[in-house]
Design a protein around this ligand. Structure first.
Ligand SMILES: [Zn+2]
Ligand SMILES: [Zn+2]
Ligand SMILES: [Zn+2]
Length: 143
């Protein structure tokens, strides 16, 4: 819990450094993202924010997520038809998303390291491993 408060204050401090106003909805969005240990769609962030502050609209949450994204405090990832998922920046990993149930799984960075090196040496291409998720079918949906 103490750690979560520290993390929240770090994010809010960065917003202040960029001369952004700290509104109550903004603090609520940051608190939701700090306490979440999974990948949340904007709708899921909105639902959790509304448990604390029922008056916050989905469009407000979208605008706040965009602002956090622009400052690289939040990262998002998406694949195919699935909605983008958001979480706080800082952990290096990749994503795979199921085309059928739209669940996103976190994949350790090691998996992407080889692909990353290969693309750099053959094409000079620098992979943004976090942004776009690889798509396919999860174990559950293959049946
Ligand atoms: Zn995107
Ligand atoms: Zn699935
Ligand atoms: Zn992630």
């Amino acid at each position: 819990m103490g750690l979560e408060i520290t993390r929240t204050e770090e994010v809010l401090a960065t917003l202040r450094e960029h001369a952004k106003r700290i509104t109550a909805p903004k603090r609520a969005v940051v608190e939701v993202l700090v306490s979440a240990d999974d990948h949340l769609t904007a709708d899921e962030v909105t639902q959790r924010v509304q448990q604390l502050r029922p008056d916050v609209s989905p469009s407000t949450v979208y605008r706040i997520l965009e602002e956090l994204d622009d400052l690289a405090l939040v990262v998002h990832s998406h694949a195919g038809q699935a909605a983008a998922v958001y979480h706080l920046a800082g952990r290096s990993h990749g994503h795979v998303t199921c085309e059928n149930c739209h669940v996103t799984f976190e994949v350790s960075s090691d998996v992407f390291d080889r692909l990353s090196r290969e693309l750099k040496s053959t094409l000079g291409f620098v992979l943004d491993r976090h942004h776009v998720a690889l798509s396919g079918l999860c174990a559950h949906c293959q049946g």
